[in-house]
Write a protein that binds this ligand. Structure first.
Ligand code: NAI
Ligand code: MG
Length: 511
């Protein structure tokens, strides 16, 4: 068996380089840019390699789009917006085509899940059974909105009639990260399509495969040429060409806070396009004395290590109230040691490899920093195996609020545990961060749950649960975690603009 094994000291190893041989890995069919309904090479002819994080080896050469390619894609999207059918179709027709697109995603879930696993190290079975069906549901949710986009009739103060139209904003640039390539794709493409926009999607250079596959499915579903273009390539070239483009009307970006700043700067110095930014986080997971310790320790661990910790809402600052502190910590460590790391194709594995060498090294360097700054390493802390980018689930205790590991987003399976006494104290400490993406509150006391949820500065709060995302639940940041909301009906507004129209009811006062 190729399963992960553990020595008595709970040190994890991945056998056979962490490769599981029982799943058929599909041939990679789509490696070129998708512009105006066709797969094409980059103008420069250049390619880059996408890596399998289980081995560190290249799995495909992908067209390396740059400014010229973005220009071509924008031209196609502009033509499709200004003169093409998509924005002019009845909403019900866009809905019909989007529903077909969603069905095709689901029908191809097995193949796409395998692509996500070799490209991003995602758990194969989880992706196939949950992530892709849920992504298809997100497309269906927005498909259902496509024929319900309307403005309002206004109460005018004169004998005029006034009303608003909500019109598609135009050509949109959608820049997505590598940690949830499928979810991020549908979260942005879904409302943009429903609104009647045309678009250029730039997947992360680490994970280009699924977006190209979705482009092919979009065409098969009947989405007209030029509406959905995919330009693969690097952030500093293809990404920057999108954010500074004079003919792109809006950018929606998910990624690092650092690059979020560059996106705003580029928008400010080009055509003042509106941007929405979903950025990093350092979310608190707060556990009060009255909880079921065993269950909540399980959830707290998941809150940090799910998706290998590569998740912007990771609840990696775990605050535990003093009454249960020792017991809770012991449970956390026990569960972290039992957490199975290994080949993401193996159904018994809970954590695959980090996305690439850069993230892997970044995580290990944070772990070193944690030790240096005086936190107590309770478990984990090391890479696993000699091949691929596997990292042990890692728990630090005695973490002070001002230590680097308590302040910066690590984006890996690394938890910082802190002790607290009172509710007032923990509210203050939980809010003491530049970020404000998510927060978890674990308690059975309604007064505490209500008070803390209203006091925390975060865009999404989970009470006695964590990672609850829903297509109907708006998601986005407070503070430096960004602005604008993805998902929910509110997110449609990102892709619409309001036009007000007035006319006299009887005769014009100026005639
Ligand atoms: P990144 O912010 O560089 O990458 C995200 C996307 O932005 C990718 O598609 C990338 O090609 C693009 N991009 C990069 N530079 C750009 C530019 N100048 N103009 C336009 N687009 C650009 O993130 P990176 O470097 O891959 O990861 C670094 C850290 O960022 C992670 O360790 C994590 O802390 C955070 N991050 C947060 C995410 C989130 O979900 N909020 C997702 C990915 C990373
Ligand atoms: Mg980068």
């Amino acid at each position: 068996m190729l399963k992960e094994t553990r020595s008595q000291e709970s040190q994890m190893t991945v056998q056979n380089g962490g490769l599981h041989s029982h799943v058929n890995i599909p041939k990679i069919k789509f490696t070129k840019l998708f512009i105006n309904g066709e797969f094409v090479d980059a103008v420069s002819g250049k390619t880059f390699e996408t890596i399998d994080p289980r081995t560190g080896e290249a799995v495909a050469s992908i067209a390396q789009g740059d400014k010229e390619d973005v220009d071509k894609a924008v031209k196609a999207a502009r033509e499709a917006f200004d003169n093409g059918p998509w924005p002019r179709l009845p909403g019900s027709e866009r809905r019909r085509i989007m529903l077909r697109f969603a069905d095709l995603m689901e029908q191809n879930a097995e193949e796409i899940a395998a692509l996500e696993t070799i490209d991003a190290g995602k758990l194969y079975f989880w992706t196939k059974k949950l992530e892709i069906p849920s992504a298809a549901e997100t497309i269906r949710y927005f498909a259902g909105a496509a024929d319900k986009i309307h403005g309002s009739t206004l109460k005018m103060s004169r004998e005029m009639q006034g009303y608003t139209l909500r019109e598609p904003i135009g050509v949109v640039g959608l820049i997505i990260p590598w940690n949830f390539p499928t979810q991020m794709f549908v979260t942005k493409v879904g409302p943009a399509l429903a609104a009647g926009c045309t678009m250029i999607v730039k997947p992360a250079e680490q994970t280009p495969l699924s977006a190209l596959y979705y482009a092919h499915l979009a065409k098969e579903a009947g989405i007209p040429d030029g509406v959905l273009n995919v330009v693969t390539g690097y952030g500093h070239s293809a990404g920057a060409a999108i954010t500074s483009h004079m003919d792109i009307d809006k950018v929606s970006f998910t990624g690092s806070t650092e690059v979020g700043r560059l996106v705003m700067q580029a928008a400010a110095t080009s055509n003042l396009k509106p941007v929405s930014l979903e950025l990093g986080g350092k979310s608190p997971f707060i556990v009060f004395d009255d909880v079921d310790v065993d269950k909540m320790a399980e959830l707290a661990l998941l809150g940090t290590v799910y998706n290998k910790g590569e998740i912007c809402v990771a609840g990696s600052r775990v605050f535990i109230q003093e009454g249960i502190y020792d017991k809770f910590l012991a449970k956390l460590v026990e569960k972290a040691k039992a957490w199975v790391v290994g080949d993401p194709f193996d159904p018994n594995v809970s954590q695959g490899p980090q996305v690439d060498k850069k993230q892997f090294e970044k995580i290990l360097s944070y772990i070193e920093l944690g030790k240096k700054e005086g936190a107590t390493l309770l478990t984990g802390g090391k890479p696993i195996g000699t091949k691929g980018y596997y990292v042990e689930p890692t728990i630090f205790a005695d973490v002070a609020d001002d230590m680097t590991i308590a302040k910066e987003e690590i984006f890996g399976p690394v938890m910082s545990v802190m002790k607290f006494k009172t509710m007032e104290e923990v509210i203050k400490r939980a809010n003491c961060t530049k970020y404000g993406l998510a927060a978890g509150i674990m308690t059975n006391d309604l007064n505490i749950a209500n008070t803390v949820s209203r006091s925390l500065q975060a865009g999404i709060i989970w009470i006695n649960c964590y990672f609850v995302f829903d297509k109907d639940m708006p998601f986005g940041g407070y503070k430096m975690s960004g602005f604008g909301r993805d998902l929910g009906m509110e997110s449609l507004n990102q892709y619409l603009q309001v036009k007000s129209i007035a006319m006299p009811i009887y005769q014009s006062p100026w005639l």
